[in-house]
Design a protein around this ligand. Structure first.
Ligand SMILES: *Cc1c(COP(=O)(O)O)cnc(C)c1O
Length: 342
């Protein structure tokens, strides 16, 4: 038997549970390009209703859902706004330029959090030489800020600032449910503030593949065409939509367990001499700085040898992400870590 291993490289590594596989195997499917897949339609309707929006679109990935949202809500020579550590800016290959011909203005937030003042200062005056500032993109929770999140009041102030300046608003809600289980805010409250929202089913919610883009009927009709031109029209995709429906029905509330394990592990890390700082743990992500006498690469490989699979995100920091496939036995591997792992 392989040794007990805690795979903390991402919350995307989860495999379907027995219940989820059962739901997938018994799904009723059809050709979704011809809009004949009842399970995909059910997932899209469920998500739209949950967020109080008119429509939704199942997408192969969160990246595609974000990129479609940008393209559907901008024109070439427009500009989008986001924080400098946003996924849309850092990890989507500059797709906003490639797919949509728009430029980007990045704001310097505090641990990923931007303010209405930053948004106001970023909006360009009308001039032939300026791009038209069109879309504010926020991320919640914030991946590269260690799962930090905006409170709903902060969101409200930002979306009101954007809308009153004629901008549209997109939420990269890859891990929005991690925020909602912490704050008690509702999907509808978020739906009311954003013109579009992307949600990953394949992260902490535990589905193998898939993200959903939620918006108004007209935007989703355009989004459907954009998904097709990107090659993202899928056929009997109801097998995957069934996993998504199962995830929404069974895996939202339990996200709290991941947050508890993340917090507990952070407390342990603070006692170790090869750790110099642990970022505050707000949801399911732990980012820590390694002590000056080691590199993040060295710590990463030492942890991997202890069967705690970790990622060095830069020369000094390691990221751990907690998820559905991490149990108490695996968390005990962390509890048992000492100063002597090198
Ligand atoms: C994971 C993630 C995405 C999209 O990821 P895919 O791997 O393309 O599904 C988008 N935004 C954030 C904040 C993410 O963490």
């Amino acid at each position: 038997m392989p040794p007990l291993t805690a795979n903390l490289i991402s919350d995307t590594v989860t495999k379907p549970t027995a219940g989820m596989l059962e739901a997938m195997m018994t799904a009723e499917v059809g050709d979704d390009v011809f809009e004949q897949d009842p399970t995909t339609r059910a997932l899209e309707q469920k998500m739209a209703e949950m967020f109080g929006h008119e429509a939704a679109l199942f997408c192969p990935s969160g990246t595609m859902a974000n990129q479609i949202a940008i393209k559907a809500q901008t024109q070439p020579l427009d500009e989008i706004l986001c924080d400098e550590i946003a996924h849309i800016y850092r990890y989507e290959l500059g797709g906003y330029g490639f797919h949509s011909g728009v430029s980007i203005h990045v704001m310097r937030g505090e641990r990923g959090i931007v303010t209405p003042e930053m948004v106001k200062a970023a909006i360009k005056p009308k001039a032939d030489w300026n791009p038209v500032t069109r879309l504010l993109c926020l991320e919640n929770s914030i991946n590269m800020a260690g799962g930090n999140y905006y409170t709903f009041d902060e969101i409200l102030a930002l979306t009101e600032t954007a809308h009153s300046s004629g901008l549209r608003t997109h939420l990269d809600g890859a891990r929005l449910f991690n925020v909602l289980v912490e704050t008690g805010d509702t999907p509808k409250a978020y739906g009311g503030q954003f013109d579009s929202i992307s949600i990953c089913l394949s992260k902490g919610l535990g589905a193998p593949v898939g993200s959903v883009l939620i918006s108004d009927r007209e935007t989703i009709a355009m989004a459907r065409r954009i998904r097709k031109v990107m090659g993202g029209g899928m056929r009997q995709v109801g097998y995957l939509a069934a996993a998504g429906i199962y995830a929404l029905d069974h895996h939202i509330h339990r996200l709290k367990e991941d947050h508890q394990r993340a917090r507990k592990s952070a407390e342990k890390l603070k006692q170790l001499n090869w750790v110099s700082e642990v970022l505050p743990v707000k949801t399911n992500i732990v980012i820590f700085r390694v002590a000056d006498h080691v590199t993040a690469r060295q710590v990463e490989s030492a942890l991997n040898q202890q069967h705690i699979l970790s990622v060095a995100i830069d020369p000094h920091h390691i990221r751990w992400v907690f998820h559905l496939d991490i149990n108490d036995e695996m968390t005990a591997l962390i509890e048992n870590l000492g100063n002597d792992i090198f």
